[in-house]
Structure formats: structure tokens, C-alpha cells
Write a new protein. Structure first.
Length: 409
């Protein structure tokens, strides 16, 4: 997820933890505890992304692909991160240190926000098409949630509105509350959101603001967390339906097809629209062949046909004749060629430890989860032009997402 979403989730965690714990003896101690828990939760919810400093260990794009969401995004390395955070707070924050010496509630809250914040980061990153490998090094395989867009405004509105409504300075409070509506409006005008999605986001904003003013911030935050969890469940159910529809469409075209994988990328604030990338083989492709297909799917074509799904998200022209599933791009490949290229090119071998939906046309290796081959997105490796260059090092031993095509266990 984006770091704004991680930060808002962390701040909501810190605020709720503070309000659920027993009160401190005086307002000054309560103020220090609240700042402590908000800070620790927000930092912990972003801390694993410090692995971005390691992206210079390998040339582009391999540094980012191999080292972001790397070791700091594993359960094993969450422990030293937690200890480092706790030590920094103890050493660098005298007022917090004084409070922690005498307040069991503060100690419990700090431990909870630190541990839960780190786990929250891993859990949120696991929900999108990018994926994580949380059990490495014991199990280096990537896990993909395939259900939440990486920048999801539902999280902003549900969690950010109660937090913004509680800001003490009136001008700053009004500014934050206005931005929470203006930014989605700009996204809608820019073609990234549908107007129906904007209406739903505005309803979440109004409900959260009303609950904060008429009840309490705690009530509004609890309702916001419930809304986020409900949205995640809806997305998970919709992703299951999308996967079934893709499989049915592929089997109608070729009853003998073998579906290796279907990568699903959600649209923001929209459970009806999905970008789909399918990896399949067998049937008409023979024993060595496979195909990569990319398309746009609408689960409710009578309400939102595939052609009406926000163009700026999927980036491809979908003809108006396509109401449900529209395949807009396809590439056929050979397992033998892919395996030979991996064996002969160490850069491609390293790239294949990230690539889930590989395209190899035109001397460029591209993961088409992030756009069709011609888009040359952040995952694109110009392997033909860089043939013979030095091998990247170090290369983390993540599992190969396409081990099935590479003939690996």
C-alpha cells in the first residue's frame, strides 16, 4: 500500500489503543502517552519500507524489484525492527522514558502499537497484486492477496476523516477535511475514479464526520475500521468471482487449457472493475507453449461495462462491444526459451525472482501486472541491450513466481 494509507492506519491504531487503555493520572501524562502511541504506531506502520535504501544494491530495475518488500517485509525480521524502534524511543525521548518507567498502561500500549503496526504493514501489503513473502527464509514463496488497489481512497476516508475531525486547530482541521474530499474529486476528474465511487467515498466522509461530532472520535474510528474490514471482505468476494469468470472464459475458448495463474488488480473504490492477467498453457498451446493474456473485467456489465472501467487505471482501449471480460493483449511464449534465457542470463534469472506475469517480447522483460509490454513500466528489464553486463549482487533468494513455467519445484 502507499505510505499515506500506512500512516493513517497507524495513526488510527495509536488513537484507538490510547482510548481503550485505562486513563493516566493527570492530563500531562495522558498527552505524552497519546503522542507516544500515535508516533510509535505511525512509525511502525511505515518502518518496513525503509528497505528502499537497499534498492541501490543492484542496477535498475532489479534493485527495486528485489530489495523493496524484501527482508524487512518478513515476520522473522519484524522482531529486530520492533527492538530497534523501542530502543530509539527509550533513548531519544526523555518524557516518554519517564512515563514508561511508571505507567504499565503506557508500556502495554507501546508494545501493542509497535508490534501491531509492523504486522499491519505486512498485512496491508499482502492484500494487493504486488505481494509479499512474509515467511522467508523458511518459505521464500510470494503470496498475493489480489483484492485491494495499492492506493485505496476508502482507507483514507474511513480512517482519515475521524482523525482530521479531531485536529485542534480549526483552520488545519478544515483543511484536512476538505482535502479528504478534494483529492478523490481530482482523481475522478482525472479519470482514475468513477463518479459512483466518488459518491460512495463522500458518503463514508459524511458518516465518519457525523459520528465524530455527534458521538466521539473513538466511535467514528471503530466505525471506520469496521468499514475498512467490510470493504476488504467485499473485495475478497469480488476477487473470487472475477477469478471464476476468467477461468470460465478461458475454458470456453479451450476446454483443455491449464490455468497456471490469474493475477487480479483491483480498481480503487470499485469492487466491480478488475484488471486481469492470465498465465495458461496446454490445450492448443502444446506441451511447451504458454500464453500471457491481459484484459479488463466488469462483474456487473449492466451497471458498469468493461469499457466504462476507469481508463487511467488499466490504460488500454476497451471496445464498447465488450461488456464483461475484454481481452486486450496477448503474448505466446515457450517454456524452453524462458528456461534457456534464465540459464544464460543472470539478470533475467534475478528478474524472474520477482516477475509473476512475464513478457519477453522485443528484448525487454516486463511484468505485465503493471501494464502491457509496450508500457515499459517500473519492472521492465532491457535484457537484450544489457547482455553480457555484470551479474547483480547480492540477489535475495526469493521464490520464483513462475516456477511452474521454469520447471522448478
Amino acid at each position: 500500500m502507499d505510505n499515506l494509507t500506512h500512516s493513517l492506519a497507524g495513526l488510527a491504531l495509536g488513537e484507538l489503543t490510547h482510548r481503550l487503555l485505562p486513563a493516566e493520572a493527570d492530563p500531562q501524562r495522558a498527552s505524552i502517552r497519546r503522542r507516544l502511541l500515535l508516533t510509535s504506531a505511525a512509525v511502525a506502520s511505515n518502518f518496513p519500507d525503509l528497505d528502499l535504501i537497499f534498492t541501490k544494491l543492484a542496477p535498475e530495475p532489479l534493485g527495486y524489484l528485489l530489495h523493496h518488500r524484501g527482508h524487512t517485509h518478513t515476520l522473522l525480521y519484524a522482531l529486530p525492527q520492533a527492538l530497534l524502534m523501542l530502543a530509539a524511543i527509550w533513548l531519544l525521548w526523555p518524557a516518554a522514558r519517564k512515563l514508561l518507567r511508571t505507567s504499565g498502561a503506557a508500556r502495554l500500549g507501546l508494545l501493542a502499537t509497535t508490534v501491531l503496526g509492523l504486522l499491519l504493514h505486512l498485512g496491508m501489503d499482502a492484500m494487493n497484486v504486488y505481494g509479499v513473502h512474509p515467511f522467508a527464509p523458511f518459505d521464500p514463496r510470494w503470496l498475493y492477496g489480489d483484492m485491494i488497489f495499492i492506493v485505496e481512497p476508502v482507507f483514507w476516508l474511513a480512517l482519515g476523516t475521524p482523525l482530521a475531525a479531531h485536529v485542534a486547530r480549526p483552520w488545519l482541521r478544515r483543511t484536512f477535511l476538505a482535502l479528504l474530499l478534494v483529492v478523490p474529486l481530482l482523481f475522478t476528474l482525472g479519470g482514475f475514479l468513477q463518479w459512483g465511487s466518488l459518491a460512495g467515498l463522500a458518503a463514508i466522509w459524511a458518516l465518519a464526520l457525523g459520528l465524530t461530532r455527534r458521538r466521539s472520535e473513538r466511535t467514528a474510528l471503530v466505525a471506520g475500521v469496521a468499514a475498512v474490514l467490510g470493504f476488504v471482505l467485499v473485495q475478497a468476494y469480488s476477487a473470487g468471482l472475477a477469478r471464476e469468470q476468467v477461468a470460465a472464459d478461458l475454458r470456453r475458448a479451450d476446454p483443455a487449457v491449464r490455468i497456471f495463474d490469474t493475477a487480479l488488480s483491483a480498481f480503487p473504490a470499485n469492487p466491480l472493475c478488475w484488471t486481469v492477467v492470465s498465465i495458461s498453457g496446454g490445450g492448443g498451446d502444446g506441451g511447451d507453449g504458454y500464453r500471457v493474456q491481459r484484459g479488463v473485467l466488469s462483474l456487473a456489465p449492466g451497471i458498469t461495462p468493461a469499457a466504462a472501467c476507469p481508463f487511467k487505471i488499466h490504460g488500454e482501449d476497451v471496445g464498447k462491444a465488450h461488456a464483461g471480460l475484454a481481452w486486450v493483449w496477448e503474448e505466446r511464449g515457450s517454456k524452453a526459451r524462458l528456461q534457456a534465457l534464465r540459464a544464460s542470463d543472470c539478470r533475467v534469472d534475478a528478474w524472474l525472482r520477482f516477475a509473476r506475469t512475464p513478457s519477453l517480447a522485443g528484448g525487454h522483460a516486463t511484468d505485465v501486472r503493471y501494464g502491457p509490454h509496450g508500457s515499459h513500466n517500473f519492472s521492465t528489464l532491457p535484457y537484450a541491450a544489457q547482455a553480457g553486463t555484470a551479474c547483480p549482487s547480492p540477489v535475495p533468494q526469493w521464490g520464483y513466481p513462475r516456477a511452474d513455467l521454469l520447471g522448478l519445484p
